[in-house]
Unconditional design. Structure first.
Length: 122
């Protein structure tokens, strides 16, 4: 089980158009690795220009060690729903060694309304 919730922040809409990188904070739950661990990192939201959404964040595991998650959605018109709702990623330890691979799925049917309502200017 690997699940995270994230809050994203861009300085402004204009700044985001110049640089699609946003600050990401939130919380992670990963069986055998982290229980309610705070996360910090970035999300590069460039679905049109680059056809990619890239997540990168760090967190402390329950063992006290630092870890990093990197994942990327590559958007494709053929299979767009799947490319929007699945996030393949890799977990690395503090030394850069690969710990494992994960596939995060967004439940579009159950969560799209809450997701859409969560977008608002700060």
């Amino acid at each position: 089980f690997f699940q995270f919730s994230a809050h994203l922040h861009a300085a402004s809409a204009r700044a985001h158009l110049r640089d699609p990188t946003m600050r990401l904070t939130g919380e992670l739950r990963a069986d055998g690795l982290a229980t309610a661990a705070p996360i910090e990192g970035t999300l590069v939201l460039a679905p049109v220009a680059r056809r990619r959404i890239r997540y990168a964040f760090t967190f402390a595991g329950d063992d006290g060690r630092r870890y990093r998650f990197e994942g990327e959605k590559r958007l494709r018109l053929r299979g767009l729903r799947r490319s929007l709702t699945e996030l393949p990623g890799t977990i690395y330890d503090g030394d850069g060694a690969r710990v494992g691979d994960v596939l995060v799925r967004f439940d579009l049917a159950a969560d799209w309304r809450a997701f859409a309502r969560s977008w608002r200017p700060a």
